[in-house]
Design a protein around this ligand. Structure first.
Ligand SMILES: Nc1ncnc2c1ncn2[C@@H]1O[C@H](COP(=O)(O)OP(=O)(O)OP(=O)(O)O)[C@@H](O)[C@H]1O
Ligand SMILES: [Mg+2]
Length: 420
C-alpha cells in the first residue's frame, strides 16, 4: 500500500485495506493540495465525514481553521444566521452582532455536512459566497468578504434533488469541482472483519467489558450481509452485541438474532466497481460464493436438525465446522488462494437451494452429509449457483446476475466458460 495512504489512515483512524477504500483516500489526497471545492458522496454511514479532514489537513489551508457544519441539524430559522452571522436586532433574541461560520473560517475550510438538506434560500446565499466570496450578515446590507474552501458531503442523490427542483444545479457544479465517492461497505467485504475487530476493541475499552470476536462462520455471515447502514450499522451492531450478549465468540447463529433481515439482505456487491480480478474472483464473485457457502451451511444445519445430530456427533463426522475451517472463504484464505483457479472443498451432500438438501432412502431415512461424497470445488459450486439462478429466473441473464450479485458481463463470461 502507498505510504501516504497508510499514514493518512493511521493519522485519521481510517480502518480498511480494500482497494475501493484506498482509491477514495488516494483521490482525497490528490485533490487536497489543489484548494478546490470537493463534494464527498456515498450512502449513509460509509464514513464520509473523515474525508474533509484529509482535504483540509493535507491542503494549503492546514494551518487555518476547519469548521464542520451539519446542515441537516441546523433549524431552518437560524441556518442563515449560523452560516453568515447576524447583526444586533436582526431578529428577536439577536442581542449582539455575531459572526457566522463563513467569517470564522476565513482563510480555512468549511465542511458542509449533509449539504443536500439546505433550503433553497440558503443555497442562493451559498452560491454567492462561493462565486464571489461575498456575503451579508442577517439584518445588514453591508457586504463582507471571505475566502473559504468548501468541502461538502451528502448521502442524497443530488441529481435527483436537482430534477425535483430541491437543489440548485449551479450550486452543485460549484461544490463538485471534484467528487469523491466513498464506497458502500458491501463493496469492500474484506474490510468488514477489520472494522469488526477495531470496533470490538474500542467498545471493550469504552465499557470495560471482555472483547468479542467472531468465528469463521460469523465472518462469512458478516461478509454475506449487505449492510444498508454501512459502517455505522456495523459499529452499532458490535456495540449492541458486546453489551447484550453473554457469549464472547460470536457465531452466525448469534448474528442472525441481531440481523433478522439477513435473508432478504444477502449482498449483491460487485456491480458497482471492477467486477473481476485478473487471476480469478472479483468482489462480486466473492460475494456470490459467500452466499453459496452460507446457504450450504444453513442446509447442513437443517440436515443436522433433521437427524438429531448433536454438536459432538457433527464434529466427529466432519460436517459444518470442518467445512468452515478448510474451505477458502475467509478473506485471508481467499486472497491466498486467488491464484489457484480451482480449490477443493471438503465434501458435503449439497443440493442447490430449490431442492431438498436431504436425499431420502427408500426406507424413508435421510442420508447424512458424509466426507465420502464426491468432492466439490468452488468452480462446481459457482457453476451450480449460476445454473440455479438462471433456472429461477427463467433463463433471464440480467436477473440471474442481479440475484447473484455479479455483473451481466461476468455472467455472460461464466456461461461461456462453463458451456452452460
Ligand atoms: N473506515 C472506517 N474506519 C473506522 N471507522 C469508520 C470508518 N468508516 C466509518 N467509520 C465510523 O462509522 C461511523 C459512521 O461514519 P460517518 O459518520 O462518517 O458516516 P457518513 O458517511 O457521514 O454517514 P451519513 O451520510 O449518515 O452522515 C462513524 O462513527 C465513523 O467513525
Ligand atoms: Mg455524515
Amino acid at each position: 500500500m502507498n505510504n501516504d495512504i497508510l499514514t493518512v489512515k493511521q493519522n485519521l483512524g481510517i480502518v480498511g485495506n480494500s482497494l475501493p477504500l484506498q482509491q477514495a483516500v488516494s483521490a482525497a489526497l490528490q485533490a487536497a493540495p489543489y484548494d478546490v471545492n470537493v463534494l464527498i458522496v456515498g450512502e449513509n454511514g460509509v464514513g464520509k465525514e473523515v474525508f474533509h479532514k484529509i482535504l483540509h489537513n493535507y491542503g494549503p489551508r492546514k494551518h487555518n481553521k476547519c469548521i464542520p457544519v451539519n446542515c441537516g441539524a441546523l433549524p431552518e430559522g437560524t441556518i442563515n444566521s449560523e452560516l453568515f452571522g447576524h447583526v444586533k436586532g436582526a431578529f428577536t433574541g439577536a442581542i449582539a452582532d455575531r459572526k457566522g461560520y463563513f467569517e470564522e473560517a476565513n482563510g480555512g475550510t468549511i465542511f458542509l455536512d449533509e449539504v443536500g438538506e439546505l433550503p433553497l434560500e440558503t443555497q442562493a446565499r451559498l452560491l454567492r459566497v462561493i462565486e464571489t466570496g461575498e456575503y451579508k450578515r442577517m439584518g445588514s446590507n453591508e457586504i463582507h468578504k471571505t475566502n473559504v474552501r468548501v468541502v461538502a458531503a451528502t448521502n442524497r442523490d443530488l441529481h435527483e434533488a436537482i430534477e425535483k427542483g430541491k437543489f440548485r444545479q449551479d450550486l452543485y457544479y460549484r461544490l463538485a469541482a471534484v467528487t469523491i465517492r466513498v464506497p458502500a461497505l458491501r463493496e469492500r467485504p474484506e474490510d468488514i472483519h477489520l472494522l469488526f475487530r477495531k470496533f470490538a476493541a474500542d467498545v471493550a475499552a469504552k465499557y470495560n467489558c471482555p472483547k468479542i470476536s467472531v468465528d469463521d462462520g460469523g465472518r462469512q455471515f458478516l461478509m454475506a450481509y449487505s449492510w444498508p447502514g454501512n459502517v455505522r450499522q456495523l459499529l452499532h451492531l458490535v456495540e449492541e452485541i458486546s453489551i447484550v450478549e453473554t457469549e464472547r465468540v460470536i457465531t452466525s447463529e448469534i448474528l442472525k438474532k441481531y440481523l433478522p433481515d439477513f435473508e432478504s439482505r444477502v449482498t449483491s456487491a460487485g456491480g458497482t466497481h471492477k467486477d473481476s480480478y485478473e487471476n480469478g474472483f472479483g468482489p462480486g464473485e466473492k460475494a456470490m460464493l459467500y452466499k453459496v457457502l452460507f446457504e450450504m451451511k444453513q442446509q447442513l444445519e437443517e440436515v443436522r436438525a433433521q437427524l438429531g445430530l448433536s454438536d459432538t456427533t457433527v464434529q466427529s463426522t466432519r460436517p459444518v465446522r470442518q467445512l468452515q475451517q478448510a474451505r477458502p472463504v475467509t478473506v485471508d484464505e481467499f486472497e491466498e488462494q486467488e491464484a489457484e483457479e480451482v480449490t477443493t472443498v471438503p465434501s458435503v451432500s449439497y443440493t442447490p437451494a430449490s431442492d431438498s438438501p436431504v436425499s431420502t432412502t427408500p426406507s424413508g431415512s435421510a442420508s447424512a452429509p458424509t466426507p465420502n461424497n464426491i468432492p466439490r470445488t468452488l468452480e462446481q459450486m459457482e457453476k451450480e449457483a449460476i445454473e440455479n439462478a438462471l433456472k429461477r429466473n427463467d433463463g433471464n441473464k440480467r436477473k440471474a446476475a442481479e440475484e447473484l450479485g455479479i455483473s451481466e458481463r461476468t455472467i455472460h463470461r461464466k456461461i461461456a466458460d462453463y458451456g452452460l
